[in-house]
Design a protein around this ligand. Structure first.
Ligand code: OOG
Ligand code: NI
Length: 459
């Protein structure tokens, strides 16, 4: 038997893992199951109305992403190897210190189109930055606790090594891989430190307590995709779910851009803290929630700069209050600012604000146009274009999600200090530049069209 003959594709491992994670999270956080059912209803209605048949309903309502928060560089490095077995690679660098959250992050995700179609599952992965914590004593204490924990089972590590050595996993190992890795993401009702220590970390920043006090990086949310996020936000209360105050990201538009997200508030869950003398002290912790996202076109650096400017403009006038009291005013400020962002696909394209793929349209016969340019070909219908969906994240939105779930104490002012080099050193790899990636997809589609048309002209 040749080595690798029964290797299961990493895409299939990812799809199976995503399904197993979703099943686990529904039992852990029942409100999440309710959210999934609401999103499925809204999507069914919207799809029927929009006649959008590019994606099946199952595909759209499938889980899109989850998030975890890691404590050490070694955990991040190992997590990269784990995700690689599932065909997920680090894309993008997000510095959240600027928004008052002491982490920096990447998203592990499938990269090419075929892989995204099979399973779009991604994990937004943050690394705690103790270097941003001023209290040296507390920092040392956190470091010591984190250095002693092992978030991967020995069997999980062995399977990752085997996959690396053999170029993948064969069928019998896939099920064990999934169940061993799932353990890392599971909720532990029993904290690993005393309530007194937990409280000290929590006072400095709730995020530190969330990372340091537990045996592992529990998955803190999963996020399905919706076709109508405004409807989901409006319908949550009727299902007994409390939404966060406002939808993050751009306002509602005819041509959706980037990413809009909302979530329900994290649950207060019972936790038992070991109190030294062998007893467990009951307490609680707030970390886990459910989120929904609606995705639009990926923006070029120019489009993104415009997005950032308009978002800042709106938020300079009004910051969304956590209790929702100024939500209507915030949306109005957002809509007003974003009038400066074109809301027509061809405008967005011609002004170089978004990324598009190009494909052949109507065949134009005869006329020996020598070397027609792209714009002329588009005008005549010989080439068509479609927006490229943004598959990544937004730091300001992510910070808003963190904050709505960690409470107001999470909105601290930290010195902005992006450190992508340090992050990549810890990771053991460079992150993929998402802008370059979208630009490459666009370029390849143009080259493909031009080559096909030239071939016709020559013939
Ligand atoms: C991650 C929050 C970021 C998103 O969708 O922007 C995120 C976290 O709370 O750990 O998932
Ligand atoms: Ni999220």
């Amino acid at each position: 038997m040749t080595r690798g003959s029964h290797i299961v594709s990493s895409d299939n491992i990812r799809a199976a893992f995503s399904a197993a994670m979703s099943a686990m999270y529904r039992t852990e956080v029942p409100a999440y199951g309710e959210l999934i059912s609401l999103v499925a209803d809204v999507n069914a209605r919207t799809l029927a109305a929009s006649l959008d048949e590019t994606d099946t309903l199952d595909r759209i309502s499938e889980e899109r992403h989850g998030a975890i928060r890691l404590g050490t560089e070694a955990e991040l490095a190992m997590m990269r190897r784990v995700f690689a077995v599932m065909g997920m690679f680090p894309v993008g660098y997000y510095d959240l210190s600027e928004a008052g959250v002491p982490v920096h992050s990447t998203a592990f995700r499938p990269v090419d189109d075929a892989a995204l179609k099979i399973s779009p599952f991604r994990v937004f992965t943050s690394l705690l930055r103790l270097d941003l914590i001023e209290d040296a004593g507390l920092r040392d204490e956190a470091e010591e606790i984190l250095a002693a924990r092992r978030i991967f089972s020995p069997a999980a590590v062995a399977l990752v090594e085997k996959a690396e050595f053999e170029g993948g996993l064969a069928e019998p190992d896939v099920a064990s891989f999934i169940s061993e890795i799932l353990k890392t993401f599971r909720w532990n009702e029993q904290a690993s430190i005393s309530h007194e220590r937990y409280s000290r970390f929590h006072r400095v920043h709730p995020l530190i307590a969330d990372v340091v006090s537990f045996k592992g990086p529990h998955i803190n949310h999963l996020t399905p995709r919706t076709l109508d996020i405004d409807a989901v936000q409006g319908l949550m209360p009727a299902r007994g779910i409390t939404p966060k105050a406002v939808i993050e990201g751009p306002p509602s538009r005819n041509c959706p851009i980037l990413l809009r997200q909302t979530s329900f508030k994290a649950l207060e869950e019972p936790v038992y803290f070991p109190d030294g003398d062998g007893t467990l002290r009951p307490g609680s912790h707030t970390a886990r929630f459910g989120e929904v996202e609606q995705r639009g076109v990926a923006l070029t650096p120019k489009g993104r700069a415009l997005y950032d400017r308009l978002l800042n403009e709106a938020r300079a006038n009004i910051r969304p209050a956590a209790d929702g009291s100024n939500a209507d005013d915030y949306y109005l400020a957002l809509e007003t600012a974003f009038q400066a962002f074109p809301d027509d696909w061809d405008d967005i394209r011609r002004r170089g604000l978004g990324y598009f793929t190009y494909r052949l349209g109507r065949v134009i016969d005869g006329g020996a146009h020598d070397k027609p340019d792209l714009e002329t070909l588009i005008e005549t219908g010989a080439i068509l274009f479609d927006p490229i969906v943004y598959e990544d994240f937004l730091p300001v939105s992510a910070a808003g999600i963190f904050q709505s779930n960690l409470g107001d104490a999470a909105a601290q002012s930290l010195a902005a200090s992006p450190n992508q080099k340090r992050f990549e050193q810890a990771l053991g790899a460079a992150v993929l530049d998402e802008f370059k990636h979208y630009a490459d997809i666009e370029k390849a589609s143009i080259a493909h069209c031009m080559a096909a048309l030239n071939a016709e002209v020559v013939r």
